[in-house]
Design a protein around this ligand. Structure first.
Ligand SMILES: Cc1cc2nc3c(=O)[nH]c(=O)nc-3n(C[C@H](O)[C@H](O)[C@H](O)COP(=O)(O)O)c2cc1C
Length: 412
């Protein structure tokens, strides 16, 4: 289906895992059925996914399911020397960029913590020298057991990554911590593990979404921002290892995992939070569509309908970007966004000079597939020397990667 008259086929699919091979260990937990869908999702992101199932995983789900979904042979047996590889646990270990165990049972966590190697997955863990991520999934009591907690501590000490588990209702009906993390969290953990930590040690504040300016208890003035571009900026920074603080207006998006979240409603609330956080930030990215005007008065009671015209008096909202550039600490990078409907380059250059930002990202929101409430964007990035880079229409996360490449060039 298209959007704003733009066909999806015009924009290449977003494949951040292109060229990566993921060794995908599945152990015998009830969440093994979810592992099939996650494996499929990873192939859609461009990864080659090589499934390895434990004997007990095969009681829950068939290797055939994984082979059909990933287009790769599923491996199950340490002692099966048939097929292309000579010794599976050596061959598979050498040809992968990342090894994930999803779901990871209490049993595999215990074996890995103690260096046991009695089946293909546990033996692979010892013969593999690249990054490993465990995705624990089990009953809350099994997860809370001192032995499991000690084993997880040991895994961390061995340098393994652990994603989750989530809190909620387990398959058995008991409630607590132990559920496999949702797909978005798994995806971010996996992409981050395969992304160089080029923003490690950097603190970033990102604003996103619209603001709502209250007219009365049931009405507000707002704009069409969906928050997608700001959330993409926050996710990409997190994947590159930054500490990210996201200040978001009201949007219907999932909170990006691993990010400190601050929800706000009005421009005044956003100003207050951003001012409080900016002092500790190396980079501030103002991707939110903050109201320029706010009603002079917000009524306590609902305004009654009448037959006559209505005039609302608006006053300028606080200009957060100007505040930030006039109070910036030494070396701090400030990035502004502007949405225009005409004369993009001229208006963007004017805004860059007026606001004094280091980088300005401009988009023409009148174009199909650009700007508000669509998954794609096409932008101009204006750098401190007023050199202009034109980023073609891409998925917003890919646009965010371009913008972060430029920001990284300015961070000292
Ligand atoms: C119906 C059922 C569901 C299970 N679910 C889980 C689970 O979610 N997490 C877990 O750690 N163990 C679970 N177990 C126990 C494991 O299957 C058992 O510990 C097994 O030895 C794990 O083997 P593996 O890690 O080699 O695959 C479950 C067992 C049964 C019978």
């Amino acid at each position: 289906m298209g959007y704003k008259g733009c066909s999806m086929t015009e924009v290449p699919p977003y494949r951040p895992l292109s060229g990566k091979t993921i060794l995908y260990g599945v152990t015998g937990g009830i969440a093994a059925y979810k592992a099939a869908e996650y494996a499929r999702n990873l192939t859609k992101l461009g990864a080659a996914v090589v499934p390895v199932l434990s004997r007990n995983a095969r009681r829950f789900i068939s290797p055939l399911t994984f082979s059909a979904l990933t287009g790769q042979r599923s491996h199950t047996d340490l002692f099966d020397l048939s097929g292309a590889e000579t010794i599976p646990h050596i061959e598979l270990a050498r040809s992968s960029d990342l090894f994930i165990i999803l779901p990871a049972t209490a049993s595999i966590i215990g074996k890995a913590a103690n260096g046991l190697a009695d089946d293909l997955i546990s033996t692979l863990l010892l013969s593999y020298s690249g990054p490993v991520l465990f995705f624990p999934s089990m009953n809350p009591y099994m997860y809370g057991h001192a032995a499991t907690q000690e084993n997880l501590k040991a895994l961390r000490a061995l340098g393994y990554g652990i994603v989750g588990p989530d809190t909620g209702e387990a398959a058995c009906g008991e409630v607590g911590q132990g559920r496999l993390v949702p797909w978005d969290t798994a995806k971010e953990g996996i992409i981050a593990a395969l992304t160089p930590s080029s923003l490690s040690g950097i603190t970033v504040v990102v604003t996103a979404g619209p603001t709502r300016e209250s007219v009365d208890p049931v009405r507000f003035i707002s704009n069409r921002s969906s928050g997608l571009m700001g959330y993409a900026m926050a996710k990409v920074a997190r994947r590159r290892g930054a500490e990210v603080k996201l200040v978001s207006g009201p949007v219907s998006l999932e909170r990006p995992p691993g990010v400190e979240f601050h929800g706000v409603e009005t421009a005044a609330e956003m100003a207050e939070i951003v001012k409080g956080l900016a002092g500790g930030a190396d980079v501030v990215v103002m991707a939110a569509a903050v109201a320029d005007y706010t009603p002079r008065q917000s009524l306590d009671r609902k305004m009654k309908k009448s037959a006559s015209n209505l005039t609302l008096e608006l006053m300028p909202a606080e200009d957060i970007l100007s505040f930030l550039t006039s109070h910036r600490r030494l070396g701090q990078i400030i990035v502004g966004f502007c949405a225009e409907t005409h004369d993009l380059k001229a208006n963007a250059l004017k805004k860059k000079r007026e606001k004094g930002v280091d980088l300005l990202v401009a988009n023409d929101v009148s174009m199909p597939g650009v700007g508000f409430d669509v998954p794609t964007n096409e932008v101009l990035i204006i750098d401190p020397e007023e050199e202009i880079e034109q980023v073609p229409m891409l998925h917003k996360e890919e646009v965010a990667e371009h913008i972060w490449d430029r920001i990284q060039g300015l961070v000292s």
